[in-house]
Ligand binder design. Structure first.
Ligand SMILES: [Zn+2]
Length: 78
């Protein structure tokens, strides 16, 4: 699913990726031009073919008791 245009690069879109971090399912909102060798939530090393590194974790604000919804990410991207 695409949520909007990437704010970092010209031709990227922000897509939803299903991830599992420490046994919990979490959504990663990332640019279609962004690819990492590992996406386990701790170490992010860009792959050679990645041209962008934009990403937002759905639980980025979890310590404030908040999970980002699709709608909020869409609004952030505008
Ligand atoms: Zn991008």
């Amino acid at each position: 699913m695409i949520l909007g245009k990437c704010p970092y690069c010209d031709d990227g879109s922000i897509e939803v990726r299903d991830k599992e971090v420490s046994g919990k399912k979490v959504k990663l909102y990332a640019c279609t031009n962004a690819h990492w060798k590992t996406e386990d939530g701790e170490v992010f090393e860009l792959r050679d073919d990645a041209t962008c590194e934009f990403r937002i974790w759905q639980n980025a604000l979890a310590k404030y008791g908040k999970w980002l919804t699709y709608k909020e990410v869409r609004e952030l991207l505008e």
